[in-house]
Design a binder for this molecule. Structure first.
Ligand code: CP
Length: 291
């Protein structure tokens, strides 16, 4: 359904500052801000004075001096948005930082699941793939365990490092307000009777680190194929945050099944990011206090 433009953020300057490549997050934040009638400024670090040695703090101060009220940023270093928030007087929205977090992606993933399944409490959700390097997986652990999903994290043992210790720490109940979750390399056990299967991009550069023997072996043992998906419920949703390596972590024919909601995730990203921008601009006093 088309989203009509509303004047909620008229006169608000939203600066989009990305230090890493992006299609979905950058464009959907821009569309979201424009739907709210904000003034949008786009800065790609690769064509800014960052290339001349400008520090993150200096860039943030410069962007503020140029009128930014809100900054949406993506950075390759975990924690960079927190540093930015210390020197910026407006709101910082994290569009992905290192391996740490991608909160707006997790919210749009949860929104998409709820749109199809209703409440996800007790629903079996499998995140399959390269979780070690995935900020999407980490943010989804927080959101899905808060929502009460029966969350399974699955991949080769070498890339489950950290998640297994995390799951052990949370065994018996999780953090306050969060359910525990299961970590396994047994893909059949993970997929059996799943309500949702989310494949994650295999980050090819990880091959060099000796974590995985070869793309072909990974695809053969952990790729989401039709045969494997048959273990899940017949109605199981297929998800992927993108960008996809089709033929590696997900077979091309699985990505376009009727129950694949991959493009719907992208579309939902606009509405979810409109909500985030609106709330952080002061649209809801409690949200601003809690942010
Ligand atoms: N899901 C996601 O973050 O995609 P982009 O890298 O294209 O923004």
């Amino acid at each position: 359904r088309p989203i009509s433009k509303v004047p909620a953020l008229r006169g608000t300057n939203v600066t989009i500052l990305f230090y890493e490549a992006s299609t979905r997050t950058r464009v959907s934040f821009e569309v979201a801000a424009k739907n709210l009638s904000a003034d949008v400024v786009n800065i790609a670090a690769s064509s800014s004075s960052v290339t001349k040695g400008e520090s993150l703090v200096d860039t943030i101060r410069t962007v503020e001096a140029l009128g930014a009220d809100m900054i949406v940023m993506r950075h390759g270093t975990s924690g960079a948005p927190y540093l930015a928030a210390e020197v910026f007087s407006g709101s910082i929205l994290n569009g992905g930082d290192g391996w740490h977090a991608h909160p707006s992606q997790a919210l749009l993933d949860l929104y998409t699941m709820r749109a199809h399944l209703g409440d996800v409490r007790g629903k079996k959700v499998v995140i399959l793939g390269d979780v070690l390097h995935s900020r999407v997986a980490r943010s989804n652990v927080w959101s899905l365990t808060a929502a009460g999903a029966d969350l399974w994290i699955c991949g080769p043992t070498t890339i489950l490092r950290g998640f297994d210790a995390w799951a052990r720490r949370w065994s018996g109940g999780g953090a306050p307000g969060h359910a525990g979750f299961t970590v396994t390399s047994d893909i059949d056990a993970a997929l059996r009777d799943a309500d949702v299967v989310m494949a994650l991009r295999l980050q090819r550069e990880r091959m060099d680190a000796g974590l995985l023997p070869s793309l072909r072996e990974y695809a053969a043992r952990f790729g989401l194929t039709r045969d494997r998906l048959a273990l899940a419920k017949p109605t199981a949703l297929v998800m992927h945050p993108g960008p996809m390596n089709e033929g590696v972590e997900i077979a091309p024919d699985v990505a376009i099944l009727d129950r694949s909601v991959i493009t719907e995730q992208v579309t939902n990203g606009v509405a979810v990011r409109m909500a985030l921008l609106y709330l952080l601009a002061g649209g809801h006093p409690e949200a601003v206090t809690n942010a």
